[in-house]
Design a protein around this ligand. Sequence first.
Ligand SMILES: Cc1cc2nc3c(=O)[nH]c(=O)nc-3n(C[C@H](O)[C@H](O)[C@H](O)COP(=O)(O)OP(=O)(O)OC[C@H]3O[C@@H](n4cnc5c(N)ncnc54)[C@H](O)[C@@H]3O)c2cc1C
Length: 412
Amino acid sequence: MNHATSCIDQWITPLRPTLPDLTDRHIARLARLESDLTEILAAAPVAGAPASVRLLAVRHRLAERVRTDNHHSSSETGATRAMANALAGFVCGFHDLDLRDAVGPGHGRMILKHATEPTRRRWRTRLAGGDLVGIAATERHGGSRLQEITTRATAKPGGGWWISGEKCWVSRLTESAAFVVFFKNPEHRITAAVVEAQAPGLDRSPITPSGLAGWNWGTLALTDVPVGGKDLLGGDGGGLEVFRQHFAAFRPLVAATALGTAASAHTQVAATLTARAATGLLPRLRDTALVTLGRTHAEINAALLSAIAAMRLTASGSPHADLWSREVKAHAVDTAHRALQELPLLVGAGSFRADSALAKARADVGGLLYADGIHDSLLRSAGRTHTTPAPAEIPRLRLAADAGNLRYPAPA
Ligand SMILES: Cc1cc2nc3c(=O)[nH]c(=O)nc-3n(C[C@H](O)[C@H](O)[C@H](O)COP(=O)(O)OP(=O)(O)OC[C@H]3O[C@@H](n4cnc5c(N)ncnc54)[C@H](O)[C@@H]3O)c2cc1C
């Protein structure tokens, strides 16, 4: 969206007292990201090129600039870096949700965290150069049931495996330099491996999405795709743990990015109403419009702070990180989605034009209700965590429940 300078001033600066480790240096970096995004996006696009060519170019250009920058202070804690990354995501989302992969390793984080050392070293260089990594997990029976995937590995003569199966709804389908593919090993344990985009046996069938159309999206069929031990992430059978750890970090980042998109719509709608009232086009602003602006502003800020808290929990290895990331992704994306249903109504039919940034934002955030975890599944599993006692607690809970006097705090 085209009101770049207001993101930091209007949304991030007011949060500074609540983020004591957000320094002038971080703010300068975010301002640099904003101006880089504005400059690169304003550069003439290649005529007739699809959006993804432009997005990949943005990612490569920003990677170049980050390499020449002293990006992180070595004294920074992981939790501070996580906060800075959440705010960078927010800034990218503020410009356009399609820029959610403009900076950072994205799904490539799974390779950096879980690959064998030579693979990790190679990918550190490739990701720093802007290569993009996709994730291929979902299958036709339903993405919310990863345990039931049917993509399988069979032993390859001479060592290694062949992987065959079909993944659907895969984003970054044609732009990814590699995919992290989830499959079952010959012992039926879920395993993850990095598969190069050029590997033999990959077949892509793009589908046109209604939102999040920046990257290509569709089906990835795998027929006897060769995978060796060096390609495994988290070892043989370690796929579920790779998935869990990755999404504990990735979901709050997605949340912050979606909130950036909602914040941008808020800024745009508030500016439009201000201009209409100031120029007399509207005699006065109705209370209902003012209430919506006030409520959505509070909701976006509250959700952003919880996304930052979730990212910090993950970065500091908190046992609460996984639960927070599931809840925060669902809450924050729902918040952004609701704001994008309500705010465009305040400026009228113009927001329903196909070329309206508000219409695009609404459709894009709609895609995130599914991508990276469907909300009822995330919240259901969070609820299950809240109601699953530690085994050691069960005898005491049984006594208390039998006596009908379950209280908090439970009697010792
Ligand atoms: C824009 C976009 C990008 C995406 N990108 C990727 C990607 O890059 N890689 C990737 O692997 N996937 C991707 N996905 C897929 C995404 O992760 C899945 O859509 C998501 O995990 C949900 O899976 P599903 O759509 O198959 O829904 P399902 O799992 O089929 O769930 C649909 C609904 O059915 C419910 N349900 C499940 N079981 C039951 C039951 N027993 N009874 C009643 N209801 C039930 C669920 O709770 C949910 O409400 C993307 C999706 C979108 C929309």
